[in-house]
Design a binder for this molecule. Structure first.
Ligand code: ADP
Ligand code: MG
Length: 696
């Protein structure tokens, strides 16, 4: 309790340090979204500086989320010279609310030309300022900000997220009003992201240039043992890991992050951390800090945290489960069905809005889960599949079937679990079982979007969720605001929505081949790669959605499309070049030398015994043949990489990266991994999967 939030300029600190009127005004901006006054900023800045300096801070920074998907910071010290040759510590309201980083070196998707450098960061008072503290004592005051270009376009992930929160609040309030709720003044989108990650020994990491440069292994034969025993998931946490987790939790708690759940994940060396949910804005900021702290604290324990979606081929990858819901400022969770969902018309309306949104805008959700790493998971026979569908569970599925027929009159009740042992207490079962295969599952009072990439910011998925749900809510409000017979109109509206959109509901096994066939019959999109997904961002449908709700302009959408496309092409390109380098300079020299060594051995045995050792000869033949094929694939990859120079269209380049370069990498890997199984373990140039995954 003492350390929680100790590095956060939070409500308690503000209440204690700000004059009452300033505190009230700021609080009003934070909770009700009213405009922020300059005089308030001035007073807050001064209090914030005093607090930070008392805690050892020497610098401040505007902390923002550029389109790199990472966070950015530039430190300025508080010092200001005085006439007597000394300094005083200063921090003005202007410095708090506005910063001016050079915008030209951040991805802008053509919004900024390199010579047009001006960009602004603007204080987001709805996410609290905090102190970043390093082991060596360096302490920096971080002020969460949104990042804009000189011309006012957003250059970051925060501003659109904030706008989407306002959009969904506005539309949800319209609907709530129709149900007679007049006390709620704001609807808040919330998220609790479960973060998966790997930890490996730092010593192994440093011997693998693929991990160092790309975050994933580009070569690596399957170890004799993988995750088949299912013995890691929820297993006893090793002491080395639990001491890492202890320090991680303490760091996160200091930052006011509600770190709650931790466990071993499915793959060996894989783990998860989940905080308690918060607003989509604060949670997004916190998730970036969680990823930062994971990396930082791991190093203190001579571990390296891998956040890549697929660090090890053939072993489960990592994702984020984005648990999303809507709540009101008067304390309701709008996705809480209650004991009898069939009779909870307001809940059913919000449920239908989500179903409609997900069905109408599945392509956008797919984009929100697209990054180069996730291409190894989505649509590649791993959890979850690339087809977006919703799991509702028995109870709600039954209720929507009733709705489709014109009205719901009953809900299946929860039952008592028969434990059959007198000493064990009776427990009430949930009304529905879980479905671990669904990409978008209803889990009691929230939806769990399970496709989100482990290394990415959760800003985009939540910005898209908020916006698409705002759109269905606005359609619903448009219809219901006009009607005189509310109940009748509502019943027929919900019936229509279910009829039209229940195709997106699927309660079966999403990993089965039958589902792929069935989904195609239903006309659901199955977008297998990031490149294939991106053009939907700039479709007419997408542009009209985002502009209608004031979340992104057409220009901003085009910019985002270009940034993501370029990021994809660049990632594949540097991965391919890294692979080529490892193949040519690490693997081939070893395999060639080993072949010569074998050949020498065979000759000396023949010399000594008069007959050649047949089995060794055939091993040598296999090795030489594999070496040849390996070299052929090396040349093919090199040719593929060079081929990109002839393409100038950005989209064609992306496609080329996927269809040609990425494909050539997969072919090369087959022979590299085969060589690993043929060559003397002592000579293999880097740590194996078995070492990295099991020696912790
Ligand atoms: P799982 O059983 O899926 O592993 P966890 O308990 O690990 O679930 O994580 C569930 C997450 O959902 C937590 O972060 C939790 O705070 C979050 N959550 C709970 N209620 C809400 C809500 N109303 N809105 C958003 N997230 C929520
Ligand atoms: Mg989960």
């Amino acid at each position: 309790m003492e350390i929680f939030g100790s590095n956060v300029f939070n409500d308690t600190v503000m209440r204690a340090r700000l004059p009452k009127a300033t505190y009230k005004a700021l609080k009003k901006t934070i909770t009700q979204g009213t405009a922020l006054e300059a005089s308030v900023a001035e007073t807050v800045a001064s209090a914030m500086k005093d607090w930070a300096i008392e805690k050892g801070a020497t610098h401040f920074t505007h902390w923002f989320h550029p389109m790199t998907g990472l966070t950015a910071e530039k430190h300025d010290s508080f010092i200001s010279p005085t006439e007597d040759g000394k300094v005083i510590m200063e921090f003005s309201g202007k410095e708090l609310i506005k910063g001016e980083p050079d915008a030209s070196s951040f991805p802008s998707g053509g919004i900024r030309a390199t010579f047009e450098a001006r960009g602004y960061t603007v204080w987001d008072c709805t996410s609290p300022a905090f102190l970043k503290e390093d082991k060596n004592g360096s302490t920096i005051l971080c002020i969460p900000t949104a990042f804009y270009s000189y011309t006012g376009e957003t250059l970051d992930k925060k501003a659109p997220l904030l706008k989407s929160m306002e959009a969904v609040s506005k539309q949800a309030l319209r609907v709530l009003k129709l149900f007679g709720n007049t006390t709620a003044t704001k609807v808040i989108s919330t998220v609790g992201p479960e973060q998966e990650y790997f930890l490996i020994d730092r010593n192994f990491f440093e011997q693998r240039m693929d991990l160092v440069l790309t975050g994933r292994t580009l070569f690596g034969a399957m170890p004799p043992k993988g995750q088949e025993m299912e013995d890691h998931y929820f297993g006893t946490i090793k002491e080395r890991i639990s001491s890492f987790m202890k320090e991680l939790n303490e760091e996160l708690w200091k930052l006011g992050i509600l770190a709650k759940t931790q466990h071993n994940e499915v793959a060996p060396a894989q783990f998860e951390i989940a905080p308690i949910f918060s607003t989509t804005n604060v949670s997004t900021d916190h998730n970036q800090l969680v990823m930062d702290c994971l990396r930082k604290v791991a190093l203190r324990h001579d571990l390296v945290c891998l956040l890549h979606e697929k660090p090890f081929a053939g072993v489960n990858g990592s994702g984020k489960h984005n648990n999303w819901s809507l709540g009101t400022d008067d304390g309701q969770n709008l996705l809480e069905p209650g004991n009898s969902p069939h009779g909870n018309a307001q809940f059913l309306t919000f449920l239908c809005a989500v179903i409609e949104a997900v069905d109408n805008y599945a392509e956008l959700l797919r984009i929100s889960a697209a990054n180069p790493g996730n291409d190894h998971r989505l649509g590649a026979n791993e959890a979850p599949p690339a087809i977006i569908s919703i799991f509702l569970g028995d109870q709600l599925n039954d209720v929507i079937n009733q709705l489709e027929k014109g009205g719901a009159t009953s809900s299946k009740a929860g039952e008592i679990l028969k434990v059959g042992v007198a000493t064990l207490p009776e427990i009430l079962k949930d009304t529905t079982d879980r479905n671990r295969t669904s990409p978008f599952a209803f889990t009691g009072n929230k939806f769990e979007f399970r496709m989100v990439p482990s290394s990415a910011s959760i800003a985009c998925p939540n910005m898209i969720l908020n916006t698409i749900v705002a759109e269905s809510l606005s359609q619903i409000a448009d219809k219901l605001e006009k009607t005189k017979n509310f109940n009748k109109e509502l019943a027929s509206l919900l019936q229509d929505i279910i009829k039209k959109h229940k195709q997106v509901v699927f309660n079966g096994n999403n990993y089965s081949d039958e589902w792929v066939v069935e989904a195609e019959k239903r006309g659901l999109p199955n977008i297998r790669s990031m490149v294939e997904a991106l053009p939907y961002y700039i479709s007419e449908k997408s542009i009209s959605l985002f502009t209608k709700h004031g979340v992104l302009t057409e220009g901003e959408l085009h910019a985002r499309y270009e940034i993501l496309l370029e990021q994809y092409t660049k990632v594949i390109n540097y991965e391919a070049k890294t692979m080529l380098d490892i193949a040519q300079r690490s693997i081939f020299p070893v395999s060639s030398r080993y072949a010569a060594e074998l050949a020498g051995n065979i000759l000396s045995i023949k010399d000594a015994l008069g007959t050649a050792p047949a089995a060794e000869e055939s091993l040598l033949k296999e090795l030489v043949a594999t070496n040849n094929l390996f070299l052929e694939k090396v040349n093919a990859l090199e040719k593929a990489i060079n081929g990109a120079a002839e393409i100038d269209d950005a989209y064609k380049l992306g496609l080329y990266a996927h269809d040609t370069i990425f494909a050539a990498m997969a072919e090369l890997r087959v022979y590299g991994d085969k060589l690993e199984t043929l060559i003397d373990a002592a000579q293999w140039p880097f740590p194996t999967y078995a070492e990295m995954l099991f020696l912790l």
